[in-house]
Design a protein around this ligand. Structure first.
Ligand code: PLP
Length: 425
């Protein structure tokens, strides 16, 4: 499904849209830098005033209260989970804020992957962010299988999209668990999580999703989808800052399962500080925590999630769809003549929050963009990801980015840059 939208090419149209943008007042909550357009919010979201304030408050509590603050802060993860759960329509008890995405994949698979002689494979795709695959391979190896035996990979036929039909066909009897992304980090494909979950469950297979590129940008309704588990990071669209603490969803039907990786922060709340030798896990998602919560890496989220609470994810999604559609429109109208294209599908229901721009000279163009005060994100071999963020990217910004993309190729500016890869781009 796609909403009908009409756009015009001129800058006046962009300015008029900004005046009508219902989220325009939120821009001033973010530390937008003068003379710079930040288009990499899908990789590391911008700092906001509420996020910085809540971090400062936490630092203050450390200074003033020291260990005494711990009395009410040791359960801080639950406070953040309360703010996070509405973003995926889960109950707060099904969400815990802990670890990193990758660590949480390990935790979830350690919990849910119990291979038997007949059912021992983990099913994945070959387009997901590679850390997911590394984690899956190491987990099957821990159970004594080789990666080739234990991991079933459904290859993409075009290198851009996951074919859901092929994925469903691959849900054979030997598959125990499935791990898939919600939104692909490159092509921005949004998967039909509901259908995939239904098909998995019909076959007695557990399924989990990696929401890293979806949460905070797209609407996700786990009360309907009912996956078994999910993981996500909080520094992309949720603007938690460098390595902010990640999320883990455990469907409430699994609360009685023993966490695969146990630790004292997963112990029952009422007996945790009795420090017994016998581990008894808290029967909700917080029971999947392992060690002490990283409060400084979570405090930013208390502030940043207030913005999501105030606006609601439905509005954020609607604005994000309009802004990404506008960028796609301008690329179609103005940039195809300069060798640019994008891989996003046209349908709203099939695309996430960023636009995956493709150009033969993408690497050098991305380097030139940085010198022209646009912060992009490059992905090998030929992709520039641009994320018009609902909360802080204006239509005028998008228009300027397109001007710059055009100029860099038209004036052959990219030729001044080397194709030699540097470590972080
Ligand atoms: C960003 C991202 C990650 C990052 O993992 P961390 O453990 O948070 O570093 C993992 N998976 C996907 C799909 C991502 O987009």
């Amino acid at each position: 499904m796609t909403m009908e939208r009409t756009f015009e090419k001129g800058i006046e149209f962009a300015k008029a849209m900004d005046l009508k943008d219902e989220l325009r007042d939120y821009r001033k909550e973010f530390f937008l830098q003068e003379n710079e357009i930040y288009m990499d919010g899908n990789s590391l979201g911008m700092a906001s005033k509420p996020a910085v304030e809540s971090l400062e408050k936490m630092i203050e509590r450390w200074k003033v209260e020291g260990v005494r603050a711990w009395n009410d802060l040791y359960r801080y993860s639950e406070k953040i989970a309360d703010l996070m759960a509405p973003l995926i329509c889960a109950s707060a008890k099904e969400v815990t804020v802990t670890g990193s995405t990758t660590a949480n994949i390990h935790q979830a698979l350690a919990t849910f992957y119990h291979p038997t002689a007949k059912k021992y494979k983990i099913l994945i795709d070959d387009l997901n962010f590679p850390t997911d695959r590394y984690a899956v391979e190491s987990i099957v190896q821990l159970k004594g299988y080789s990666a080739a035996e234990g991991v079933k990979v459904v290859p993409s036929t075009d290198g851009q999209f996951i074919d859901e039909e092929a994925m469903i066909e691959a849900m054979t009897e030997d598959v125990a668990v499935i791990l898939l992304p919600a939104v692909l980090y490159r092509s921005a494909q949004l998967l039909d999580m509901k259908r995939l979950t239904e098909e998995a469950h019909k076959r007695g297979i557990l399924i989990g999703f990696d929401l890293c590129h979806g949460i905070g940008a797209v609407e996700i309704d786990f009360s309907v989808i009912q996956p078994d588990f999910a993981v996500w990071c909080t520094y992309k669209y949720l603007n938690g800052g460098f390595g902010s603490t990640a999320g883990l969803y455990i469907n409430q039907k699994h609360f009685q399962q023993t966490p695969g990786l146990a630790g004292w922060f997963g112990n029952r709340n009422d007996t945790q500080f009795q420090l017994k030798q016998q581990f008894e896990h808290q029967p909700d998602a917080s029971g999947w925590q392992i060690g002490s919560p990283a409060l400084f890496s979570m405090a930013t989220l208390e502030g940043s999630l207030q913005v999501f609470k105030a606006v609601g994810i439905a509005t954020i999604r609607e604005v994000s769809l309009a802004k990404t559609a506008y960028l796609m429109y301008l690329i179609d109208e103005r940039l195809t003549a300069y060798g640019y294209s994008y891989t996003n599908k046209q349908e709203d229901s099939l695309r996430g929050g960023h636009v995956c721009v493709v150009h033969r000279e993408a690497y050098r163009i991305a380097a030139a963009l940085r010198d022209h005060h646009v912060v992009p994100d490059f992905r090998e071999p030929n992709v520039i990801r641009l994320a018009p963020i609902a909360l802080y990217t204006s239509y005028e910004d998008i228009h300027k980015v397109v001007d710059t993309l055009e100029e860099i190729v038209r004036e052959k500016i990219y030729l001044n840059y080397s194709n030699e890869r540097s470590a972080v781009v």
